[in-house]
Design a protein around this ligand. Sequence first.
Ligand SMILES: *[C@@H]1O[C@H](CO)[C@@H](O)[C@H](O)[C@H]1NC(C)=O
Ligand SMILES: *[C@@H]1O[C@H](CO)[C@@H](O)[C@H](O)[C@H]1NC(C)=O
Ligand SMILES: *[C@@H]1O[C@H](CO)[C@@H](O)[C@H](O)[C@H]1NC(C)=O
Length: 502
Amino acid sequence: MALRDYSIIPALVLLVLGIVGILLLVLPANEMEKPPQNMYGIVLDAGSSHTSMYIYKWLADKQNDTGIVTQHSECHVKGGGISSYAGIRGGAAESLEDCLNQAVKDVPKPRHHQTPLYLGATAGMRLLNEVNATESKQVLKEVEKKMRSYPFKFKEAAILSGQEEGAYGWVTVNYLLENFAKYGFVGRWLNPGRQTIGALDLGGASTQIAFETSEEVEDKDNVMELKLYGQTYRLYTQSFLCYGQDQFLRKLLALLIKTEGVKPQVSHPCYPQQFTTSVKLGPDVFDSPCTQSYKPANFDPQRSVRVVGTGDYRSCLDNVQKLFSFENCSYSKCSFNGVFQPNVKGSFMAFSAFFFTHSYINSLSNISITSPSRLKEAIQLICNMTISEMTATFKQKEKYMKNVCAISNFVQVLLLQGYGFDNHSLPSISFEKKAGGASVGWALGFMLSLSSIVPAERLGLMKALPPGPWAGILFLFITLLLIALGYLLMIYRSRKTKEGMV
Ligand SMILES: *[C@@H]1O[C@H](CO)[C@@H](O)[C@H](O)[C@H]1NC(C)=O
Ligand SMILES: *[C@@H]1O[C@H](CO)[C@@H](O)[C@H](O)[C@H]1NC(C)=O
Ligand SMILES: *[C@@H]1O[C@H](CO)[C@@H](O)[C@H](O)[C@H]1NC(C)=O
């Protein structure tokens, strides 16, 4: 009896070895460690129309090798963008208080002093900087002072260049989609070797396009090389100032007023039929560097003009097209306004106002945008709707709905005639607001690029176990397990037979 028991031992050893081997391979390493503490980072996205604050987190003991950064929380600052407080002492800084106070609660106290705090300002501040550099410096200085008064690790408050804004959006999109590196088996980073996808961002005062290209970029200002996880990415990135949705709407009004002359009433082909509103020539139309070229010789900035909608798709589209210039390209090819652009390639993600415009078009027309001709069909339908039809279909305020026809046509011209999306490439754009639980925008990419969370160098671990050999080793352990089980079964059977004989 005792002798027979010993014969089980090798089989049991094999069995345990097999199970342990498989577990080690399959379970992510971090599940076996004690739960690590989080690290945090805060980014204030100071846009032209409003400021948003994003708090990100990642695992504390992994910051150098495996920083999977996720969004912890967000906060939307009440009121306008920081540039709207130009000339109002302390206004911009004060506007950020509510969100910064929330950050104090959202980030655990022991982490406060280690938490980097950034503010990046975009096109609204770029415009203010053009108009009055003294005032933009003043706003940034006040905002920085406010940020420094909080217990976080203040890093910077700066105006991003358009190129940077585009590139950081691209980093965000591809990071969230795990196109650079994937946190794979055994808690190891793997390079998935996937194609990156392009980023399309539409803000209030500017719009950005960024994508990886192998074509020659004829204007060196549009190239950006990024080194992430040991791989070099060559990006085409371009930002069009004054082509954000708010500034575009201003330019459209300015063009109409210039064409029709300064009269008590002007007709607007993009507003729904019979919709009327009134605008003040200075604050609502011409007080912006974007509308200077349409400015009438002399006018009273305080004068109000009645704007009456005519809901005319064709005329709306014609006027929108006039805000783009498709001539005078000094390169082999251009998107518009003489700006070089290689052919769009691969898939794209369109976010911020692109996302909202797309969802307006979809819900109002009930047409899904699968081709340029479907997009035109949908917009035509929307431009023919009355304001009450619109607000009844899409429960939104008139102040948003009145602009849907104009902005849809703007997006149409920008994507099709400007960037050159066609039958083949338009369906490869996905319109998103969030990905992987995080808001899509430049903020995450900005923090990742400015910190060491995403290393430029290739990670040692990444090379350790590519999927092929990993599968091989897993197969070996499974074979081992099966052999052990077979062995045990044989012993059990032979024992039964012997017991039966006794
Ligand atoms: C992360 O890497 C940097 C430089 O590569 C090093 O200075 C730092 O100490 C590292 N931090 C941790 C937590 O390992
Ligand atoms: C810029 O703003 C400052 C402060 O508000 C003002 O004193 C100055 O005259 C402005 N400069 C211009 C060129 O408008
Ligand atoms: C795109 O598709 C439309 C309709 O399907 C067709 O009429 C048009 O010729 C196509 N354009 C190109 C450039 O292939």
